[in-house]
Design a protein around this ligand. Structure first.
Ligand SMILES: Cc1cc2nc3c(=O)[nH]c(=O)nc-3n(C[C@H](O)[C@H](O)[C@H](O)COP(=O)(O)O)c2cc1C
Ligand code: SF4
Ligand code: SF4
Length: 592
């Protein structure tokens, strides 16, 4: 009889939900009771909405349990592990029958995320057991030339997953063709977009795939040193990267004489970033690695020609690198068979916001927004109406529900005015105010502007002031026109992508939700009932029973009225905190 395996999901999402304590309880009970099962860890499988997750694999099959706390963990050990009785109440998925959550995994194609949630990221042996470092071995033992590696990556159609979608093979060719005794490969793991967590999850869940992708890139462009630029706010990713780099060195995949081949040298170091969004921009990133303030510079020259320390440098995103070993092992044509004509392969999306199944998914390019939001994401919670998705973070835009049949590929998404970006997908329902959303993203970019160009530094502030005015009920008739004019100028006049794309959230919300801007400006109303200063809390005299709950809870004594008498709200005192609305049990408070 084989021993049952118990595996706890210990990615940041799991740990935040309490998985660390669950692991500890299982470990100590195993020890105290001398129980006969193996215990290991994995990282995020993508199903963040069900964390903490515990897998049990026994002779009867595979069981994924969700929402496990310390008490439930004990229950699982006593019932399932000790007595072979699965606890059906907590099963999220199993290979024995379909569950409502089964389709979350079924409709995905996992290439970049192929090992996330399947291996212990701190054990190189787990990675090797699933074919890890075989692509590197294939290149080295098969003596594949740099140009043949580049040819294969080009044939796959892979485009950079960091946002711009530039063809990876072509970028590698540029760096390759620039001759120099010293070249660099940089992995961009800055990930500053609000709502994005793909790169963090990948590094926490499968750091070796990124390292192997970087080694292959180094062989292709003939680089001898690699740097992973990762923000300091990602401590778990940094810790696992450190472990993985050391293990990779010990096994001879990194360092001098890779896989015993004398002339092949490449090593990787990690540079921690301080968490400025602009440091994800490649020239700013290079400045930051060199020890200067992270500010973008002019391009050309592009990093492929003159990058880190003025040497040819190839910069790719985490997901781009993680896809490379799969492409080399499985072949470019298998990768290119997924996706659309111009956007090949798969893309990882981080689903967040008003969505039932928030988490990470990887889908073939070309699948529609609707399929992601409703098929994988399970739709909108609380029977609310789907309103829009925000794609591409602060550089992207809002795509309205009526364009939900838009396929997610670079060209189709760009045609809506949004951008694919790095894959953050924030879902919005009818309770989201689109003017407020535009204000939120612009507030972010205005703060993150490095200040080098006037258009970006001052222009985004002026746009923000207008948006704030509108959401506070002081919008003026020509504000929309002013926003559009400023947007065009900032796009034109800014040096780097941060400024050039900062107006996108504003422009797309004006394009698709102009009526909301007009309601705020002309009628001083917020249709989604979000902008506090435009709301009016009133007592509905028919429903009010005079229970006094609202008056007792109002923090500023704005409500008056005797017990069993209709109450009244003084609008001059009311701060629009909404407490009376949430406390009233008779639906007697209205918001208009
Ligand atoms: C303001 C700004 C922030 C960026 N942040 C990131 C980032 O966090 N990660 C990333 O891979 N690319 C980011 N990029 C894009 C990079 O500059 C670069 O194009 C990318 O890392 C190239 O890798 P790829 O070809 O694999 O996409 C950012 C660009 C701009 C303008
Ligand atoms: S566009 Fe903005 S972030 Fe980029 S260099 Fe200019 S001021 Fe800095
Ligand atoms: S919204 Fe807040 S401040 Fe206004 S009446 Fe209700 S509880 Fe009082």
């Amino acid at each position: 009889m084989t021993k049952p395996k118990v595996i706890v999901g210990l990615g940041s999402c799991g740990i935040a939900a309490g998985a660390g304590k669950v692991y500890e309880v299982i470990r100590s009970l195993k020890e105290a009771e001398n129980m006969d099962f193996s215990l290991s860890r994995t990282s995020c499988s993508g199903m963040c909405y069900r964390e903490p997750l515990v897998e049990i694999i026994d002779e009867t099959g595979w069981y994924l349990y969700g929402g496990i706390d310390e008490d439930r963990a004990v229950e699982l050990l006593n019932n399932h592990v000790a007595n072979g009785n699965p606890v059906s109440d907590y099963i999220v998925c199993t290979d024995l029958y379909d569950t409502p959550d089964s389709r979350f995994f079924k409709n995905q194609v996992k290439i970049a995320l192929r090992n996330c949630g399947r291996i212990d990221p701190e054990r190189i042996g787990d990675y090797e057991a699933r074919g890890g470092y075989e692509a590197l071995r294939k290149i080295i033992t098969g003596k594949l030339s740099p140009l043949s590696i580049i040819k294969e990556v080009t044939a796959s159609g892979l485009r950079g997953r960091g946002g711009g979608g530039f063809p990876t093979g072509l970028k590698w060719k540029f760096t390759h063709d620039n001759k120099s005794s010293e070249k660099f490969v940089i992995c961009n793991a800055d990930e500053g977009d609000p709502g994005a967590f793909m790169d963090r999850s990948l590094l926490e869940g499968d750091p070796h795939s990124v390292i192997e992708g970087m080694i292959i890139a180094a062989l292709a462009v003939e680089a001898s040193a690699g740097i992973i630029y990762c923000r300091a706010e990602y401590p778990l990713a940094l810790r696992r990267l450190d472990i993985a780099i050391n293990q990779s060195r010990d096994r001879g995949y990194l360092g001098k004489g890779i896989l015993g081949h004398g002339g092949i040298n490449f090593d990787i170091s990690v540079k921690e970033g301080a968490g400025a969004f602009v440091c994800g921009e490649e020239t700013a990133l290079i400045a930051s690695v060199e020890g200067f303030r992270g500010m973008p510079g002019k391009r050309p020259p592009f990093p492929a020609e003159s990058g880190l320390w003025k040497k040819p440098t190839n910069i790719n995103n985490v997901e781009t690198f993680a896809s490379i070993p799969w492409i080399i092992s499985e072949g470019a044509s298998r990768y290119a068979a997924y996706g659309t004509e111009k956007s090949k392969g798969t893309k990882v999306f981080a689903l967040a916001g008003k969505i039932r199944h928030g988490g990470l998914v990887e889908v073939p390019m070309g699948i529609t927004i609707k399929d992601i939001v409703f098929g994988l994401g399970g739709g909108i919670p609380g029977d609310k109406n789907f309103k829009a998705v925000q794609l591409g973070g602060p550089s992207g835009g809002c795509i309205p529900a009526w364009l939900a049949d838009t396929p997610v590929d670079y060209e189709s998404v760009n045609a809506t005015g949004a951008i694919m970006g790095s894959g953050g997908m924030v879902v919005m329902d009818e309770t989201t105010c689109m003017v407020d959303i535009a204000r939120f993203f612009l507030d972010f970019t205005a703060r993150e502007s490095c200040g080098k160009c006037t258009f970006c530094r001052i222009g985004t502030m002026r746009m923000l002031e207008i948006l704030e005015r509108i959401t506070k009920g002081s919008g003026e008739k020509d504000d929309i026109g002013k926003l559009e004019e400023l947007a065009e100028q900032i796009k034109e006049g800014s040096l780097c992508g941060l400024g050039q794309t900062a107006p996108n959230p504003v422009l797309t919300t004006i394009r698709y939700f102009r009526d909301e801007y007009e309601a705020h400006i002309n009628m001083k109303k917020c249709p989604a009932k979000v902008c506090k200063q435009l709301l009016r809390y009133e007592v509905n005299v028919t429903n009010c029973t005079g229970c006094t709950v609202c008056a007792r809870n109002c923090p500023v004594d704005a409500i008056s009225g005797e017990r069993k008498q209709v109450h009244f709200i003084d609008q001059d005192i009311c701060t629009r905190c909404g407490i009376c609305y949430s406390k009233c049990r008779f639906e007697a408070i209205t918001v208009n």
